[in-house]
Design a protein around this ligand. Structure first.
Ligand SMILES: [Zn+2]
Length: 64
């Protein structure tokens, strides 16, 4: 027997065992997605990349 899997509504953050949220009826999911790492392993690279891009660079002007 497998234990019941706790699920969480991604809309209103309600924990439930149902596949749909008892409050808003939205489909629920596992609270710990496997593909998300809280350590943010590439965060320093991402921030380094963002630092190289000027924040207030004007958008390219369309040719008329
Ligand atoms: Zn909900």
């Amino acid at each position: 027997m497998s234990p019941l899997q706790i699920r969480r509504c991604r809309t209103c953050s309600v924990y439930t065992l149902q596949e749909n949220c008892p409050r808003c009826q939205a489909p629920t999911g596992t609270p710990h997605p496997a593909r998300f790492s809280p350590e943010d392993r590439y965060g320093r690279y991402r921030r380094a990349l963002l630092a190289k891009v000027p924040a207030e660079s004007p958008p390219p002007t369309p040719k008329q």
